[in-house]
Design a protein around this ligand. Structure first.
Ligand SMILES: NC(=O)c1ccc[n+]([C@@H]2O[C@H](COP(=O)([O-])OP(=O)(O)OC[C@H]3O[C@@H](n4cnc5c(N)ncnc54)[C@H](OP(=O)(O)O)[C@@H]3O)[C@@H](O)[C@H]2O)c1
Length: 321
């Protein structure tokens, strides 16, 4: 491991250790649930009937996304699960009990995002919940389109997807956008979103947190733009969960971090936000462990959220409807 890799590894290890303790406390204008930290997705959806509902889950073939799809399908929803290849999507969808349909989505390829949205729109159904779950964590600087890659994949790809499916979410009796962010949104370069330098150069070690801040700000601004509709948007931290996302963090493919949660626990807040009747009018909030959670001042900053929307629109204009 090079010294820069080692520094990044240590920074991310610290981040994960802190994340294990953060995101639990605090309260905002959202109801508190009775679910304890560590509850599973099956537990928080027990007794919920999602028959007749259509729910999109991005990144359905691994970790938190796979468990989110499994439990929402188990409760009766038709889940449209996205994966980077049809084979991975088919295998994941075939592994769950209930109705699950695979669609290809490569978030770094905006033509793929458009094709995915078109394929979902062609199903001609309102979308009751759109769970923006797919994401990656890098330890080195990688770029696409001259932009830092986690910002492109975790934020901009979902920005296009949600915008192109927004009308279908609004058409549902009570549509929901759920953005899987992270407590890592607190680990960002000074100033928050780097509007003047989105290349990642100079802030590579905070680039994952930067992309997760973008996730939270996107949800916040979307909630404003959905005002006057029945639709809502909320973001969340899933916990520190043992999944494939750790694969870039060490040669051994991750692991070695004590106290991590299982995907069964990590999918709980996504499933709760996608399905709980108690949240029908809750929007623009940030959750962890099925409860409102502390977030950074940046992630609550309406001006930063509005500017991110404007800049994201400029960067993706050719792919928006
Ligand atoms: N695990 C944690 O401790 C933790 C903590 C906070 C937040 N999160 C967030 O939770 C979400 C799910 O992560 P996870 O932990 O379940 O990780 P994971 O097991 O690695 O799953 C990530 C999913 O995203 C997909 N994905 C990655 N890059 C993509 C791209 N370019 N285009 C489309 N899909 C892509 C992956 O597809 P492939 O399998 O094909 O790569 C996979 O389906 C992420 O947004 C992550 O930031 C996780």
């Amino acid at each position: 491991m090079s010294s820069i890799d080692r520094r990044t590894f240590i920074a991310n290890s610290t981040l994960l250790a802190l994340a294990a303790y953060a995101g639990r406390a605090g309260a905002q204008d959202a109801p508190r649930s009775s679910f304890a930290a560590g509850a599973t997705a099956e537990e928080v959806t027990a007794g919920t009937d999602l028959s007749g509902k259509t729910i999109v889950v991005t990144g359905c073939n691994s970790g938190i996304g796979l468990e989110t799809m499994r439990v929402l399908a188990l409760r009766g929803a038709h889940v449209i699960g996205t994966a980077r290849t049809l084979e991975r999507g088919q295998e994941a969808c075939a592994s769950v009990k209930g109705k699950a349909t695979p669609v290809v989505l490569e978030l770094s390829d905006f033509d793929s995002v458009v094709a995915c949205a078109n394929a979902i729109r062609a199903m001609s159904t309102p979308i009751d919940a759109l769970v923006c779950n797919a994401g990656l964590l890098l330890t080195d600087l990688q770029q696409a389109r001259g932009l830092e890659l986690q910002f492109v994949v975790n934020h901009l790809g979902h920005f296009i997807l949600v915008n192109r499916l927004r009308e279908r979410v609004v058409a549902a009796p009570q549509g929901r956008v759920i953005v899987v962010g992270s407590v890592a949104h607190q680990f960002v370069p000074p100033g928050g979103i780097q509007f003047d330098n989105l290349s990642g150069k100079g802030w590579e070690r905070q680039a994952y947190g930067h992309s997760k801040l973008a996730n939270g700000l996107f949800s916040l601004e979307l909630s404003k733009r959905l005002a006057g509709t029945r639709a809502t948007s909320n973001s969340l931290h899933p916990g520190v969960v043992a999944t494939n996302i750790m694969r870039n963090m060490s040669r051994g493919g991750g692991g070695g971090f004590g106290g991590m949660e299982t995907p069964a626990q990590g999918a709980a807040t996504s499933c709760y936000l996608a399905s709980s009747p108690a949240l029908a009018r809750v929007t623009g909030q940030y959750f962890a462990d099925c409860n409102p959670a502390e977030q950074s001042a940046y992630q609550k900053d309406p001006a930063m959220a509005a500017k991110l929307w404007q800049v994201s629109t400029e960067l993706t204009r050719a792919y928006l409807i």
